[in-house]
Design a protein around this ligand. Structure first.
Ligand code: HEM
Ligand code: FES
Length: 775
């Protein structure tokens, strides 16, 4: 017998194996973050990875690359397994000659915050955080407005500008210097040096370029030292660096000389390039969609949420780095201790598993602020609210004074590097004769309030028009809603719902989407007339007619359909069929094994029944009560099947019975959607006060007997997502590190409750005196 061909195979198979001995796929082998594909759009360039190989080893880079939302967040979250120590390490090691140049400048860049390890990091972060609080940032707002105004004044009458060269590079530097407390006189030099630092740290300079870069970095280092010396003469001056100098007196071991000198340089980069690129990316994204830009100009109250969406969609920090301190598993892939990870936030921000219709700029996106552009966890960007403030003020200035500007023809180029991303130039054009301030100089005095901190979901609504009202049963109507401006709507995923404002902003109700997710022309919801309605469904049934306008929020999805499961069993009662209908439709399209069990009072009161029969045939089991049919859930669910997912929506009684019948099934098999619960009323006579310790923030907060944890967190300006505030939606989930939780939500499964490692802070409380939370 001849030897197998592989014995003579010309390919060096050993070279095709990663550090764990696993073969390297062609996509992983080709991955090159310095190539144009990544530079132009990291999320598009990594789409293949999100879909096929979400964690891979890149032989060209020597890093493990992580691209899905949950995995990137999990790496950020676990700062012990994944150390931030390499965040500022040179991604391309420099040659001896360049190193010698750096040494000649006594270059001694040390840990700052972003790459400092615990416990030193958190101690320093806590001492230095005060200037980043909303109250402290509010003092900078007039300065930010003045700087934005002065730059626009310079070119407003020209009709054409490169916004990067003429404003967006310098203005955030000026603002950053003010924030840091640095005098403006060294600005031009700093600008050059600051780019050099980016190339030095995150780029791939050629050997001859490395020497020039090293000189620039060395000069930057020395200039930073000189500026720091100047500051020490006047430590009472405003600014974050003088604040640090003052704190050094009380905490000399925490705020060291080496830290201050290093931060002087790193702080300029942190506050400058990130924001300069962020504004350029935001304007580019918005101007590329003239309808969206127009909407923002017409309604500037949308600016805070537009800022958040732009930071998600086209963020200025594309990827960040971590070092595995021990063997670990990320997304099911074994990562050996000592491995370096490139965690690509820009890819995570486009993960369809978390952001439906991720490629679209949707300035009303409900969960935009879930993005990971600011990192997450203990090192999350301290300057995020300064950046949000700047972006809002800049967008206000442009939408007010140059609403008629448009992108000029151009190709966008980027500085080749893994992490900091923004176009080198951004050419725009407009007709100065149409500058609104020429006809209405008063607009210059108009000022929108800025929102300091994360934008609230509750304020962002989507104007809609009722295109059609169809009676489905005696007590249910189907509403077909289209965007009021006639534009296509964001796509959604089965299980998603919208909040409908029923006649007033104070009265909103949640309705599952039951149409076709692929139909971007309209959203469909079925509304049952509830006899005990407090105004929601009776308003829909009595007042709403075709052609009417209304406002919705969302879509949002906390009832996700797992497309990878082998089989799905859907159980619906009455109007609970709406999310199930969308899921079953999807299951059929995917060719998945599934069955539907649909109960109701009588066939004529069971919405969507005819459509479901036509679509699902024998897979649909119908149980009309008046015909004596009852779903025998106990028999149906007698034998646990690990590969099956159960989805249920319907009356609380049915869901309660289901919980009981599936008690012997594996945890998390049953996924339910609840729509009715009692709003939490806290009776201080029955509740007790307790404390929550926030591990990552390093603070402890009291929670009064009449207060939710969520409101205590918000009062302390801790960003936590929230939505329903009734324990329904799962938005406010927080990890619990210590203490016993009195769970009062309807989101967690039995197994999750017992594990005592997470909770919904909008309603659940402490059993004892204290909880420790991962915040
Ligand atoms: C950390 C992004 C603006 C100061 C970070 C991190 C990222 C980031 C990704 C690392 C997070 C982690 O490891 O979890 C951004 C973006 C900005 C921005 C995208 C603008 C759009 C600013 C501004 C400042 C700032 C204006 C002001 C000085 C910091 C500091 C840290 C940091 C001090 C270190 C925090 C720590 O390690 O505890 N930023 N940043 N950033 N950023 Fe920002
Ligand atoms: Fe909805 Fe807490 S905000 S569960």
């Amino acid at each position: 017998m001849s030897t197998p061909d592989t014995a003579r195979c010309p390919i060096d198979h050993a070279a095709m194996l990663g550090p764990t001995g696993c073969p390297i796929s062609p996509g992983a082998a080709a991955f090159d973050p310095f190539a144009d594909g990544y530079q132009q759009s990291p999320p598009d360039y990594l789409r293949w990875s999100r879909e096929q190989e979400p964690v891979f080893y890149s032989p060209k880079l020597g890093y493990w690359v992580v691209t899905r939302y949950d995995d990137v967040k999990a790496v950020f979250r676990d700062h012990q397994t994944f150390s931030a120590s390499i965040a500022l390490e040179k991604i391309t090691p420099t040659a001896d000659e360049a190193n010698a140049v750096l040494a000649s400048y006594d270059y001694a860049m040390n840990r700052t915050l972003v790459n400092e390890e615990e416990p030193a990091h958190m101690a320093r972060r806590r001492v230095l955080i005060q200037p980043f609080t909303p109250e402290a940032l509010a003092e900078h707002e007039p300065m930010v407005r003045r700087v934005a105004r002065e730059y626009v004044d310079k070119f407003i009458d020209d009709g054409r500008a490169d916004l990067v060269d003429q404003m967006l590079w310098e203005a955030p530097l000026t603002i950053g210097l003010h924030f840091l407390g640095v005098p403006e006189e060294d600005m031009d030099q700093l600008r050059q040096y600051s780019i050099a630092h980016t190339v030095n740290t995150w780029g791939r300079p050629q050997p001859e370029e490395q020497v020039a870069v090293a000189h620039a970095v060395g000069n930057f280092w020395q200039l930073s030292g000189k500026i720091l010396q100047k500051m020490r003469q006047n430590p009472d001056a405003p600014g974050w660096m003088p604040y640090g100098i003052c704190k050094q007196k009380d905490y000399p071991e925490v705020v060291t000389d080496s830290y201050l000198h290093s931060m002087m340089m790193a702080g300029i980069v942190a506050s400058h390039e990130t924001t300069a690129n962020g504004i350029a990316n935001a304007l580019k994204s918005l101007l590329q969609q003239p309808d969206v830009w127009q909407e923002l100009c017409d309604d500037p109250s949308l600016i805070p949420s537009a800022v958040e969406e732009c930071i998600r969609h086209n963020g200025s920090v594309a990827a960040w780095r971590r070092l595995a301190t021990r063997d670990a598993v990320v997304g099911g892939v074994h990562i050996p201790a000592g491995a370096k990870l490139l965690i690509v936030m820009s890819s995570a921000n486009h993960d369809e598993r978390h952001f439906a219709d991720a490629g679209r700029v949707d300035i009303r996106r409900d969960n935009a602020s879930d993005h990971l552009t600011f990192g997450y966890g203990s090192h999350q960007c301290m300057g995020k609210n300064l950046a949000r403030l700047e972006l809002q003020v800049f967008l206000q200035e442009f939408t007010k004074r140059l609403p008629h500007m448009r992108l000029a023809e151009q190709r966008f180029d980027y500085l080749p590097n893994t992490s900091f991303r923004g176009p080198k130039h951004l050419w725009v054009e407009w007709d100065p004769a149409h500058n609104p301030e020429r006809a209405h100089p008063a607009i210059l005095a108009q000022q929108q309030p800025v929102r300091l901190g994360e934008p609230s979901r509750q304020t962002v609504t989507r104007p809609m028009r009722v295109e059609r009202v169809t009676r489905l049963t005696d007590d249910t109507v189907l509403l077909r809603l289209v965007a009021a401006n006639g534009q296509p709507l964001p796509k959604w995923q089965p299980g998603a719902h919208i909040d409908v404002e029923c006649g007033s902003a104070e009265l909103s109700r949640q309705y599952s989407l039951c149409g076709d997710p692929a139909d971007s022309g309209a959203y469909e919801i079925a509304v049952l007339r509830d006899a005990a309605s407090r105004g929601g469904s009776s308003w829909v049934h009595e007042q709403l007619k075709e052609g009417d306008r209304l406002r919705i929020r969302g879509p949002r999805n906390h009832f996700r359909f797992d497309e990878s499961a082998k089989k799905a069993v859907f159980i619906a009662g009455g109007i609970g069929i709406t999310p199930i209908a969308a899921m079953a439709h999807r299951a059929r399209l995917l060719g998945m094994d599934y069955e539907i069990h649909y109960s109701g009072r009588s066939r004529k009161l069971m919405p969507l029944l005819d459509t479901l029969i036509a679509e699902h045939g024998a897979r649909l089991h119908v149980y009309p009560k008046d015909e004596g049919h009852r779903a025998d859930l106990t028999a149906l669910l007698a034998t646990p099947q690990p590969e099956v997912r159960l989805y249920a929506c319907g009356p609380e009684r049915m869901l309660g019975a289901l919980q009981a019948c599936t008690a012997h099934w594996p945890d998390d098999t049953l996924r339910v959607e609840h729509f009715q619960t009692e709003p939490p009323t806290l009776d201080p006579a029955k509740e007790h006060a307790f404390e929550v310790e926030l591990k990552d923030s390093g603070i402890t907060l009291p929670v009064r007997a009449d207060q939710t944890i969520l409101s205590a967190l918000k009062a302390a300006n801790i960003d936590v997502q929230s939505d329903c505030c009734e324990g329904l939606c799962g938005s406010c989930e927080v990890r619990v590190l210590g203490g016993n939780v009195d769970h009062r939500d309807l989101v967690l499964t039995r197994g999750e409750r017992d594990a005592q490692d997470r909770m919904m802070v909008c309603c659940s409380r402490a059993v004892g005196e204290k909880l420790v939370l991962e915040l």
